[in-house]
Structures are given as C-alpha cells and as structure tokens.
Design a protein. Structure first.
Length: 177
C-alpha cells in the first residue's frame, strides 16, 4: 500500500497545497534549489537521499510546475539541472514560515543547526515569512537570503527563476512568461 495520498482534487486549499508542498523530501529539494544547488548529484549528496527517492520528488516538483529543467554541459555530455519557476519562487513564504517556526519552537541539536531568514536590503533577520519584520518590505527570492550556520558564515542569496521563465512588464515588475 502506498504511503502517499493524492489530495490534489480536494476542495480544501490547505489539502491541495499540502499535496504539493507537504512532502518533507520535496521541501528539502526546494531548499536546495533556493540555495542554488540544482544538479542531481549535488542535491543527492547534500540531502543524503537515495536516487529513486530524489528522482520521484524531482518528478513531482516538475509535474507541479515548481521546477523546470535547464541543460548544461558536463564535459562532452549534456545534462539537466533543476531551476525554480515563478510558481516555485512563490513557495518561498511557505519555506520561510517553516524555518522561522522551527527556530522559534524546536530545539536545534547544536549551534550550527540554526538557520535564519534575512532581508538582504536592510540586512536584518525577520520573524515574518512574507514581510520583513524590521522594515516592512515584501520578501521575495530577489531580496531574501538564508543564513544556514552549517553551510556558511554568511547569509546565502537565494536563487531566482531564470530569465527565460520570466518577462518584464512596462512598470519593471516581472511576471511569468
């Protein structure tokens, strides 16, 4: 019997959202993509996950439209790396909320296990998932960094959807292509 249920057709928005974003492996894959780590082997190494589990989660995220594949050259071979789509970027507040909630309510096993959401424009940590709690600016992948103490001494700017999946309006704001 499969462990995963399909909630995609439920009338409840929370159930439908959890169908896409409620899987821990899927959320951890999104974390890696936001950190700019979009190559299969690099994700696998960072998450210490089996090939079949990672392949299945990447497939779900591709099918859900949160990720796209982009070719890159690896020596003589062409491979695919995974990048965020605008829909994937829109998952940022959900991941920010989980990080902020866990930092507030769950004990970390050690000092390097901490992670902060930083608004890069003002340089301050935020306690809100979608708006900087210090200056009130709306948080986006373009103006947010995550400071994973285990990864780096400094906050890491987040990856954004590549230009081919975005286009600019006359007002300078980006919308999906």
């Amino acid at each position: 019997m499969p462990l995963r249920s399909d909630w995609s057709a439920r009338s409840c928005s929370l159930a439908r959202g959890l169908d896409v974003l409620g899987d821990p492996w899927g959320s951890l894959v999104l974390r890696e993509i936001f950190f700019g780590n979009g190559r299969f082997d690099a994700i696998k190494e960072r998450l210490e996950v089996a090939d079949n589990v990672l392949s299945k989660r990447l497939g779900w995220l591709l099918d859900a439209g949160l990720l796209a594949q982009r070719p890159y050259r690896d020596g003589a071979r062409t491979r695919q790396e995974y990048v965020l789509t605008p829909k994937g970027q829109d998952a940022l507040p959900v991941l920010n909320a989980i990080i902020i909630w866990a930092e507030k309510h769950l004990d970390a096993p050690n000092e390097v296990s901490h992670m902060k959401v930083i608004h890069t424009d003002c340089g301050r940590p935020t306690t809100s998932a979608d708006t900087c709690s210090h200056c009130g600016t709306h948080l986006t992948a373009e103006n947010t960094s995550w400071h994973s103490f285990k990864r780096s001494d400094q906050p890491v700017p987040l990856a954004i959807a590549p230009p081919e999946t975005r286009r600019e309006t006359a007002l300078g704001t980006e919308i999906p292509a």
